[in-house]
Design a protein around this ligand. Structure first.
Ligand SMILES: [Zn+2]
Length: 135
């Protein structure tokens, strides 16, 4: 738990027992998770938090950069525990989400956007989803 406490402190998040529990399951799941995944993982540990509390904690974690939201038009919202720059493949049939890491592509896109900035946009990050079915 001490390591988890430190992670919260390093990200300027006030340490509470509930936040530690949510962070612990996120790190155990260590992948792309929906709120439902978090709820059931907490339940397995006999931790009962209201849905509102869980949403609230995830939203704080997201704002502080501890997790990131994978933007996609479809529900449900998927959070990513890995916040290093990477893309995603969304399987349109199985709804599975996979990491797609291509540093050259990331450099190409960010290089292009540095040369051709979008006027008025204070860009925070680049998110690219490839959508299709994996054989
Ligand atoms: Zn990912």
């Amino acid at each position: 738990m001490e390591k988890l406490r430190q992670i919260l402190r390093d990200n300027h998040i006030q340490v509470t027992q509930q936040r530690l529990e949510v962070l612990r399951v996120l790190r155990e799941l260590n992948t792309h998770v929906t709120v439902d995944d978090v709820v059931s993982a907490l339940r397995e540990r006999d931790v009962t938090l209201t849905l509102a509390t869980i949403y609230n904690i995830l939203s704080i974690f997201e704002k502080k950069g501890l997790i990131m939201k994978i933007e996609s038009a479809g529900e449900p919202i998927i959070f990513d525990v890995n916040t290093f720059p990477h893309f995603h493949i969304l399987d349109s049939e199985t709804r599975e989400v996979r990491d797609f890491v291509d540093d050259n592509l990331m450099e190409m896109i960010s290089g292009y956007l540095q040369e051709h900035p979008v006027s008025g946009l204070d860009m925070q990050r680049i998110d690219l989803n490839l959508i299709g079915h994996m054989e």
